[in-house]
Ligand binder design. Sequence first.
Ligand code: SAM
Length: 249
Amino acid sequence: MRIDVLSIFPGWFDGPLTSSLLGRAAGDGTLDLRVHDLRDWTTDRHRSVDDAPYGGGAGMVMRADVWVAACESVWNDLPPSVTTGDPDPPADAAYVAGGDRPRTLVLTPRGRPLTQALAAELATEDRLVLLCGRYEGIDERVHELVATDEVSVGDYVLFGGEVAAAVVIEAVTRLLPGVVGNDASPQDESFSSGLLEYPHYTRPAEVRGQGVPSVLTSGDHGAVDRWREDQARELTRRRRPDLLPPDAT
Ligand code: SAM
């Protein structure tokens, strides 16, 4: 899968996304992650990506012309010089704003909440483009002309979309075939079955007087499976009853 990220802080992605399983997915070609600096599509010497809001008010708004140029460039693999400052779509471009385009997500608190189901849906795409907002957010015309989706990572407000994009990238990438080994199959994890996951234990058998549920050391695999299912159901009932069907609470 190819994921393009557009941000005014491209360096933000250097650390977290190059380590661990995500780094391995990028290293073996499962994930083709390309991070772009939005300022490469600016036209003035200050490389401005924002301006004061029409109608007044606090804060700055990210400019639609810069985002449109950046997205048409990235969608079509064209260098910034082709789209920057041009009010028209690039000639013969396969993908244009307002038309056919790869799945393009604006990260925004007002978006569709990211769930495991949405991550699974996104993991079936060949390409994703993630737009990281800053300041007060992005000009509404980018939402209308460029975005195919608006996605939120939770009911809180972050400084910018970079953390949210990283959450989407992690949630999606670990569902790509071969990224997570068989010993930790994503199908068994929280939310995939509609339940939170059961508790895990490993050696040592006792820590500060706390032991391990005896069923886990009984060798009875059927009993272990039943115990895990009961635990998952009970944890979900206590902590996230909203995940259960109405008649199961
Ligand atoms: N004024 C906006 C509002 O009230 O909804 C918040 C803007 S926030 C300070 C700047 C950027 O951070 C947003 O454009 C978005 O890209 C990102 N962001 C903040 N919280 C987010 C969330 N919960 N989910 C996804 N993106 C978020």
